[in-house]
Design a protein around this ligand. Sequence first.
Ligand SMILES: CC(C)(COP(=O)(O)OP(=O)(O)OC[C@H]1O[C@@H](n2cnc3c(N)ncnc32)[C@H](O)[C@@H]1OP(=O)(O)O)[C@@H](O)C(=O)NCCC(=O)NCCS
Length: 261
Amino acid sequence: MTADRTRDEVAGWWATAVSRIEPGVIELRGHPVQDLIGTTGLTDMIWLMLRGDLPAPRESALLEAALVAGVDHGPQAPSIAIARMAATCGVGLNNAVATGVNVLGDVHGGAGEQCVALLDEICDTGDAAATVARWRARSPYLPGFGHRFHPVDPRRAPLLALVDDAVRDGVVAGRHLAAARAIEELLNARAGRHVPMNIDGATAVIYAELGFAAPLARGLFVLSRSVGILAHAWEETQQGRRIKGPIPPSILPAHLGPGAG
Ligand SMILES: CC(C)(COP(=O)(O)OP(=O)(O)OC[C@H]1O[C@@H](n2cnc3c(N)ncnc32)[C@H](O)[C@@H]1OP(=O)(O)O)[C@@H](O)C(=O)NCCC(=O)NCCS
């Protein structure tokens, strides 16, 4: 192999449209970084890096609302609690944040991705009832609906109001919003009680309306929740506690082994 072919092969191995880095050059999606600094907000940067173009201001506002809404749910959320515990173990902030992010899986934090897939399927088939029936045959719990302790998720109404405005003004089409509302109606009729859209459902509506693929709904939620995780890990670090367990040492887990009462 000639030197030129070797060089081409190695360069092609890491071929990327995301950034161009050369001595004295930093271009992100074709934009010199010096043009972005001071002119471009973080939400626009996230869109630019993921999509390759800059969002319209109203698209950016919708994305930002979803990112703000998901930032934190307190130490009751496993991702926050585990990051705070990690922060007391001497692993440093980077590991504490990674520990929190690592538990954002299919069950905790993954409902948004699943909900985008569900909404996409309803938009593709045009049949909410049949799609819901198909999903409920696999699991009675539809992702993005219901909440363990919020009778109504306080994040739902403001997020949906923003999407309503965006639909009215032609910023987004509104098909995923209509699909999510159709699911809510079907669930409420079936359960005979309110099974409201939760944060994952309402943000899924926004991500789907903006055209993000389902896996990116989880990626965007991870970015958003990382802010809360970092804040909690830092607060815990500053409090100076060492080796914090999941319950205070005065409370012992129930014993199930030999001699259990
Ligand atoms: C979050 C969740 C665990 C809370 O569940 P819960 O409040 O304990 O709900 P319950 O198990 O008491 O269910 C009460 C009724 O509402 C129904 N229900 C609750 N959430 C539902 C959902 N997401 N889809 C369909 N039905 C649902 C249940 O089937 C049940 O009906 P039944 O009484 O006829 O059996 C549950 O709603 C869920 O798994 N949601 C999907 C995952 C999700 O979106 N997670 C993110 C949460 S922020």
